[in-house]
Design a protein around this ligand. Structure first.
Ligand code: GLP
Length: 246
């Protein structure tokens, strides 16, 4: 893993935004895999600001988001689709038809998962997958377990993950759906390049396990160790437990 350290979230977000925008300029039909959560907020802010006035042409870019809650309409305020519209899509020149998203309201959720895998394949696969990491080591909604799913699937959310997502549901974790649709481990590992971002001291232990520990389904992000092109971008807090760091 290529580890990059930054003084703070702002510096990390700026550096990643530069890398993403340079990739779009070099490859206008770039296929991006995108995360939600608090960690990428700075990235999306930078992308919005630097794309203003059509300075960056997003018209051929395609995106696939990692996950979405089950049973929520895409327009519902708590949905990840609504998050992405508000943080990025409404502000850049991306074609609506180029936005790939799991539909948590699909009548047949398994069929919806298969549709998503097919759509990613039809797009030629993901060029650059950006990931956050849950405090319990999950990526997307691939939660710690005895076994993990390879492909896009219906996931049952742990109470801890529902609590971590409660902010978008009036602070009440019981209002957070208990199921979600998520890319699987193989979906994620099939990306040609992966960048995982983590900020804040509450991620420090899980970041250490992901980078320095054994590969284990109990820390799903540790499986990224097998990918040949992974960059981990950390602020001071998230990197503070790595060996060789005071
Ligand atoms: C959420 C998302 C993940 C995200 C993670 C971390 O539950 N499903 O894709 O990476 O939790 O979120 P945050 O960045 O808010 O810490």
């Amino acid at each position: 893993m290529n580890i990059q350290r930054f003084d703070n979230d702002e510096a990390l977000s700026a550096a990643l935004a530069t890398a993403v925008l340079e990739s779009i300029v070099a490859t206008p039909a770039l296929v991006l895999g995108l995360p939600t959560g608090r960690t990428p907020l700075g990235l999306y802010r930078e992308l919005r600001e630097r794309s203003r006035g059509n300075r960056i042409d997003w018209s051929e870019v395609r995106t696939f988001n990692l996950d979405e809650f089950a049973g929520l309409d895409p327009s519902a305020p708590g949905s990840y689709r609504a998050f992405m519209q508000a943080e990025l899509f409404d502000y850049v020149s991306i074609a609506p038809g180029n936005i790939g998203f799991l539909n948590g309201m699909a009548a047949d959720l398994k069929a919806e998962c298969r549709r998503y895998e097919d759509a990613i394949e039809a797009a030629g696969g993901i060029d650059l997958q950006i990931l956050g990491i849950g405090a319990n080591g999950h990526i997307g909604f691939n939660e710690p377990a005895d076994g993990l799913c390879a492909n896009t699937h219906v996931a049952t959310l742990t109470e801890a993950t529902r609590e971590a997502n409660a902010q978008r549901f009036g602070g009440d974790w019981r209002r957070v759906p208990d199921r979600a649709l998520s890319m699987g481990m193989s979906t994620i590992l099939s990306a040609r390049e992966i960048v995982l971002i983590a900020t804040g001291g509450e991620k420090a232990e899980v970041v250490r396990g992901m980078i320095e520990g054994l590969i284990t389904t109990r820390l799903p992000a540790s499986i990224l160790q097998v990918h040949h092109r992974v960059t981990v971008m950390l602020d001071r807090g998230a990197g503070r437990s790595l060996s060789g760091v005071d």
